[in-house]
Design a protein around this ligand. Structure first.
Ligand code: 13P
Ligand code: 13P
Ligand code: MG
Ligand code: MG
Length: 388
């Protein structure tokens, strides 16, 4: 068995939140090389999207392994020391606790892991996003695994025809549910259409039970209880054979879907698929970016990467992203460019509301009636009714 572990964090931006500093990435490579030399890792690749560093690792220790998680944590801590020396922006931004306690989950960094039986040929794609949230992959995952207009294999390939199983997490209630496609798609969409609360964690091949996709669902603001930066999620997807083909996995990103994130983590913006060389969001700290690194696994070794969006086939999606970005930007501080109040990462609402509290005057009953339920109106009009 081979375990794929992608663990990522923003430990400092260069310049502002726009990019990772090359010395930080080199430090990541040095630490993982040492871990490979001492036999902890089978292989690794260190990469980045914007100000987030992604540690892509293979090993034989299973998911949630304490030594692999500690390696990632220690690497981020060392990287933070260097980021502080270089005075990078937001040094240690995603390290929300002081000390490692056995598992990286709930400590700030995002992770996606899967333990697999390596196939005769096992193409995988690691997605790395910046300036967006966990849940941003819901729509693309639906298209990959459940939409025959995206993935013709669902119709014409024997191996895909039975469909897939989606494991969905409720990030508020801390519950999970599994729903099958195609039979449960309407139920599935009720939930995953609300990506701020429900996120697709895993997708499995229905007939064999094999895992095909795993995404990071770590929610920074929920862990920290305040805005500290966006989740900037990652996702691993296995392709071909029992799974969608590489081109079917990439096809959803020919549309620049609107996601949460962008400036101050508080705006809707288009997710732009880019080659690594363009993974440095600067326009209004965005637009949100997505990189796809392709690998072939060979006895746990990562053969690659291939920079999958480095293809003129995505030029139109990038153009579309810029058009959507211009259009949304015109809305300035108005929704739906700005996120609805309950999803805002940054807000002055409570302090402004407090300051102006005394200036709000109750509407007369007949005016208030136009925005009050009939039941409440009766109460307003008969304030003593309950006392009887
Ligand atoms: P090949 O015939 O090149 O193997 O391609 C098959 C396939 O899956 C294309 O998406
Ligand atoms: P990051 O989450 O990528 O650090 O971005 C934070 C931000 O506030 C961008 O404007
Ligand atoms: Mg940052
Ligand atoms: Mg980031």
């Amino acid at each position: 068995m081979v375990t794929l572990s992608v663990i990522k964090a923003d430990i400092g931006g260069y310049v502002g939140h726009s990019e990772s500093h090359p010395e930080i990435l080199d430090l990541g490579r040095e630490e993982l090389e040492k871990a490979k030399q001492r036999g902890l890792l089978t292989d690794y690749h260190v990469s980045h999207c914007g100000d987030d560093m992604f540690l892509i690792m293979t090993h034989s220790l299973g998911e949630g392994n304490v030594n692999v998680h500690r390696l990632a944590w220690d690497t981020f801590v060392k990287g933070t020391e260097l980021a502080k020396k270089l005075k990078l922006y937001g040094a240690g931004q995603d390290l929300l606790v002081d000390a490692f306690s056995g598992n990286i989950r709930g400590m700030g960094p995002g992770s996606a892991e899967m333990e697999i039986e390596e196939r005769q040929s096992d193409p995988i794609i690691v997605f790395m996003a910046d300036k967006t949230s966990s849940g941003a992959f819901n729509l693309p995952l639906y298209k990959m695994f459940a939409d025959p207009f995206n993935t013709p294999g669902l119709v014409i390939a024997e191996t895909l025809h039975d469909g897939f199983v989606f494991e969905v997490w409720d990030l508020q209630e801390h519950k999970r549910i599994t729903l099958k496609t195609p039979e449960d798609i309407y139920d599935l969409l009720v939930f995953i259409g609300a990506p701020a609360r429900y996120a697709v964690k895993r997708v499995f091949h229905k007939a064999s039970g094999e895992i095909s996709a795993c995404s990071s669902t770590d929610k920074m603001s929920m862990i920290a209880g305040r805005y500290v930066g966006k989740d900037d999620p990652t996702m691993i997807v296995r392709c071909q054979g029992n799974f969608p083909a590489v081109g079917e996995v990439l096809e959803p990103f020919t549309t620049a879907w609107i996601v949460e994130g962008w400036m101050r983590g508080s705006h809707h913006g288009p997710l732009m698929p880019v080659a690594l060389r363009d993974a440095h969001p600067s326009r209004f700290d965005g637009p949100p970016r997505l990189v796809a690194l392709g690998f072939q696994l060979a006895d746990g070794k990562l053969i690659g990467p291939r920079d999958m969006f480095d293809d003129p086939g995505y030029d139109e999606a990038r153009k579309e992203a810029n058009k959507v970005a211009n259009y949304l930007r015109k809305h300035g501080p108005f929704e739906p460019h700005r996120l609805p109040l309950e999803e805002m990462e940054y807000t002055t609402m409570s302090s402004v509301a407090k300051r102006l509290e005394a200036e709000w005057i109750d509407l007369p009953i007949e005016e208030a009636a136009s925005s009050t339920t009939i039941a409440d109106q009766q109460q307003l009009q008969q304030p003593s009714a309950e006392v009887e």
